[in-house]
Ligand binder design. Structure first.
Ligand SMILES: [Fe+2]
Ligand SMILES: [Fe+2]
Length: 170
């Protein structure tokens, strides 16, 4: 797999984690403050941790490997800033979502649903930017061999990360 394929796999994992997070909210709503579901709060907090961890891992790989190649293609400053802004904005939305989830009573979910919806928009906006603008540009401008080499290194890195996680749990 080349680096773009590794990152696209990361996007699929992120969308999967996000879908798990939103599953309990997928029911008719639109009743404002009387918007109620019976949330399993323990499970919600676990799903939040899962999503945050997946985002952090993905962001780390991008920061490490994309930063390197973005310099090579001399990407214009605006595009580079858009990518960093996406990560910052996701970080802020995730903090807000985590805080609202902690104060949620597990039944009245209007504020939580609203922030979750915004978080989903932010996530899709960022992933779409990378998939439609950034990645095709890198594919066009960088040699296949370099993309493959970076992919190999990113996979080795993530294998080490998951090995550490397993060892940490043992
Ligand atoms: Fe990203
Ligand atoms: Fe990404």
């Amino acid at each position: 797999m080349d680096i773009i394929e590794v990152l696209l796999e990361g996007h699929a994992a992120l969308r999967g984690e996000f879908a798990a997070l939103t599953a309990p909210f997928e029911r008719p709503h639109g009743v404002g403050w009387d918007d109620r579901v019976a949330l399993d709060k323990k499970r919600l907090l676990r799903d939040i941790r899962g999503f945050f961890a997946a985002f952090k891992t993905h962001e780390t790989v991008e920061d490490e490997f994309l930063a390197e190649v973005l310099r090579l293609v001399e990407l214009n400053e605006e595009l580079r800033a858009a990518s960093a802004a996406g990560h910052r904005s996701m970080g802020e939305m995730m903090k807000l979502f985590g805080a609202v989830a902690c104060s949620c009573d597990g039944r009245h979910v209007y504020p939580l649903r609203a922030v979750l919806f915004r978080l989903g928009e932010e996530l899709e906006t960022h992933l779409t930017y990378e998939e439609k603008i950034l990645f095709p540009m890198l594919r066009e401008r960088l040699p296949v061999g370099l993309l493959r080499e970076l992919g190999r290194r990113a996979q080795e890195g993530s294998q080490k990360t998951s090995l550490r996680a397993v060892e940490g749990r043992a």
